[in-house]
Design a protein around this ligand. Sequence first.
Ligand code: FDP
Length: 286
Amino acid sequence: MSGPLDDIVATIAETAPDVRGGLAGRRVYESGANPSGETQLAADVYADELLAERLLGVEGVSAYASEERGSVRHSDGNGDGAYRVAVDPLDGSSNLRSNNAMGTLFAVYDEPLPAPGAAVVASGFVLYGPITTMVVARDGTVTESVVEDDGTRRVVDPDLTLPDEPTVYGFGGRVPQWSNAFAAYVEAVESELKLRYGGAMIADVNQVLTHGGVFGYPGLADRPEGKLRLCFEGHPIAHVVESAGGASSNGDRSLLACTPGGLHDRTPLFVGDERYIERLEAALSG
Ligand code: FDP
């Protein structure tokens, strides 16, 4: 028997081949911008519309929010549904023009949006790489599957955990914009780990989940709040990484301990090996 959380995960998996199939013809920019003022690709809008339509059709889902729309959309029929889904339909979509990896991120909350990180009950992402994979975190367990062309999933790792031995790192933002404290931390990390950075958070975090290590997008001199969004990127990826035995931080505390003031709030974001996140927090607090 399946419940609403199973249906939400299945709906996202079933939508993944359609999103992927629609990428080729949608590498052009739309005339509008998303609520954060960023240019949108036709692919961003297409993925958002597909996911909104389908997720709001799932029994138990009362609201859908995404990086691509200004406000929360409520379901017509399931107004009292317990679950609200926040989605980044195409994270890393600027990678589409250069034909590099990107993904779909989601967090399911049991409180109205924008909600605190503690209200996340399930999370995950689809990664459109050479193959399509899906990682889902629920009840403290992380599962990785391959998504077939018909949207069905074949489990390849029923208990994905962060490797004990950290190997890789990736940090976003222009180096001259980093704080001195963060730059000093990175200098130490560089002498210990190997750089793997591709410019799509979801793909870069999957490197960390696969090889062990740390990913971050810090606050910048001209943008102290960072680039990534708490509801659509911070909470889901923190829930995945913490469920896989790693840690997350906004530079001071777990991202799951953070409550957004607004739906599109941004946050500095760090995830990965617990020891590297502890050192990061110590470096930034010094
Ligand atoms: P994108 O703008 O291509 O959607 O928040 C989105 C994101 O990509 C992340 O996936 C990525 O880590 C980051 O922005 C990269 O941004 P910059 O290249 O602007 O530093």
